[in-house]
Structure formats: structure tokens, C-alpha cells
Write a new protein. Sequence first.
Lengths: 206, 206
Amino acid sequence: MQQRIVIIEDNQQIREAFTLLLNLRDDFSVVGNYGNCEEAIKNLSDDAPNIVLMDIDLPGISGIEGTKIIKKNLPAANIIIITVFENGKTVFDALCAGATGYLTKNSDRDRLMSAIDEVIKGGAPMSSKIARLVVQSFQKNTNSPLTSRETEILSQIAEGKSYTNIADTIFISKETVKYHIKNIYIKLQVNNKADAIKRANEDRLI
Amino acid sequence: MQQRIVIIEDNQQIREAFTLLLNLRDDFSVVGNYGNCEEAIKNLSDDAPNIVLMDIDLPGISGIEGTKIIKKNLPAANIIIITVFENGKTVFDALCAGATGYLTKNSDRDRLMSAIDEVIKGGAPMSSKIARLVVQSFQKNTNSPLTSRETEILSQIAEGKSYTNIADTIFISKETVKYHIKNIYIKLQVNNKADAIKRANEDRLI
DNA sequence: CCATAAACTACCCAAATTGGGGGGTACTGT
DNA sequence: ACAGTACCCCCCAATTTGGGTAGTTTATGG
């Protein structure tokens, strides 16, 4: 099947280089090629891409916002971010916005091709550092100051449950739940729910 | 630098095949080779691996639990899961436990080598489907019934903040916060915080 | 230009929740 | 035998929550 590809990148040279490169493949067809999201979105239903190569630092609507808009209108489209940014916040914002892949601009030419192939096969191509960032975001703190009971209760606090509710689900009295929470607060050096949840997330305790 | 590799896999044939294969590389050295986590953990400080290849379905301690224990004792070790499981829960449990990579057993032999190389370079090798699973776990619902204001407030509810606290941080009155929350509850068909957060997570609204 | 929706403000009230105080048991390793 | 840790329970005052009701302003799209 022919892949319909749209490129959104404000550097004209890069854009054209990508277009030439991708059109070398018989099964790839660059159907659109824009310097900003606004233009690309205008032609979205005509272009009907299944793959979008997206820069992040664009004039006007950013690549992140652009990703959200395209995903909303064309949920089946697979968007691959190609950017110089490899800091955590940008990466996660892009993935939350709906990006399927995330390459940094230092990737070699072959990587672009293989990334598209990977997306078609149902994968999620990422540069090494990005993949590590993403995987690390799941990892819990291995040296938590909390006991397993406390961790369990803190998790439920973070789910918005009341003490009574927690007590009922883990079959202890409400008062015992409160006792544990008091100890959690002391250990985390906080004195309310919100701060406890904040620290729990910061320190990856739950 | 020489890579010290430990293999934990209950199928002896696979274990020995891996050992032979990896030892072909001058820069790889399989320093330990076990059929269960208990044995491996016993010899952990002697083996001092920087890379562990770990099965999940093991007799005794599971690969997930084993990963936690090894990570606790040897935080610098990079653990690559090699398993037949590719369902979401298992994958995320493994990553939360501290796994750096996740390959499915249908991967070809070269993939094992390249995965180790990737880990050394600071990457996080994953099979295509796994990578897609992981990336998808970040994606928000593109068709949320909530307004942006409501989404903003719901996020803060999920952070454990009180109405007063939310009101102060987004510079509106407490009463207005309550107004929005009432609308959120109607739209999500719930009538308390905990259920709202639950639905928000299920439907990926925040 | 009008209709509609979103965002905002305000007040009432009963019930539930929260955080801080206290006291107590059981098991561990030294 | 003793410190340390985890676990369990009760009381109380202050705050929070959820539900009801009634209205204004602002912005956007047909």
C-alpha cells in the first residue's frame, strides 16, 4: 500500500531534502510539504496523509499543538516528531498530544526511512535517548522511605479516595488509615493530601 | 569495556543458546546463568553484572519481582526482559519494576545483540508492539466531553487539591470552582472526587 | 445581530472529610 | 530485655464536600 506522507518543517532545505529522499521509495508518496501547521491543517482532508513528519519549533502553531489538531481530525494518522529537542517535558508533551514516534534531528537518513517502516508495522520509533526517557518515566523509586502499607494507602489517596473508602477496600478501620497517613506526612515532611501527592510523584513513590 | 551479563531463564536450552551466542562477542562475558531469581540473587554481588537478561515466567520469584530486587541491590544494572508476554499489564509492571528494555521471545538472534548494544549506548530497546503500547499509554483522549477549564480543574482535583486551593491557583473564586466541578460530575456521570478521577484516568481525559 | 455556550459569581446547608492529639499490640534483630 | 518498626484504634474541632438555586459577563458562530 502506498503511504501518503505530509512534511511540516519550517526549514525549506530540510523539507525538500526529506521530500526527495522519501520519494525515492516507490511505496512512499509525499503528498504535502508545509512550513507551518496552519497551511498543513488547511489541506489536511485533501492530503489525507497516514503519516506526518512534524517539526516542533514552528512559526505560529507549535508542532505539539499541531499534533493535537491533526490527531483530532485524522485520528488514524501516525505523526512522527522530528526535532532537536530532547528534554523530558517536550517529549512527553508530544507523546501526550498524540505523536507515534519521536526522532531527534541528528538521526541519519536511513533512520527516517526505518522509522516510517516501523510505524507502518505498528511500532513507535524513538531515538535511543528518547526511549530511555520514556521508559524511565515508569520507574519507581527503589529506596522509598515508606512501608508497603503506607505506599498502598498513599496510592489510594492519590486516587482521590476518602479515608473511609480506603479503610473499606483494604479491610482496616478508618482510624488505622489515618494513623498511616499521619506517618506518611511525617516521613514526607508534608501536612496535607495535595503536598503528599506532589512529593509522591516527584520522588516516584507511587 | 567488558560487559558482564547474567541470564535468568528457566528453559535450559534457551539459556545455553544465549550464553553461547553472547560469548561470541569479545566485549560480552556471560558471568552467570540461572534457572530462577533466587539463585541469581544469591550470587549477585559476586557476578556484579551490568546487564541482566530476564525471563518473566519463572519458578519461585517472578521476573518482575526479581527485577525489583536486583534493581534495589544493583541500581546501575540494566535489566532487559525477554518474554512471550506482550500484554499491557505485564509490560508496565516490568517497566515500573525497573526494566530498561523489553523484548518478546520471537525476536531474532541479532536483536538480542543489538538490544544489549542499545542499552550500553543509553537506549531502551523494545519490540515494536511494546514501544507502541508504551507510547500509547501517554496519549490523551482527543474527544473529551470536558471544556479546557473543566479539564484544568479536574487535573488539580486529581492532584489532591481542595476547592479553595484550586481557586487560589487559577485565580477564580471557590464558588466558581464548585460550579465547574458540578458540571464535570454531570458530564462524567459521577458524584464524587474518587469516581471522577477514576473515569478521568480510564477515559484518558487528564 | 442574536442565540448559545462557556466561564464566572454568590449564598445556603447538612454530611462527610481531614488533620492533629492521644493510647495500645506484635514482631524484629541486637 | 530493649529499641525499632509496623500496625491498629478512638476523640475532636475545623475544613471540605456535594447538592441546591439564582444570576452576570464574555466570546463565538450561524
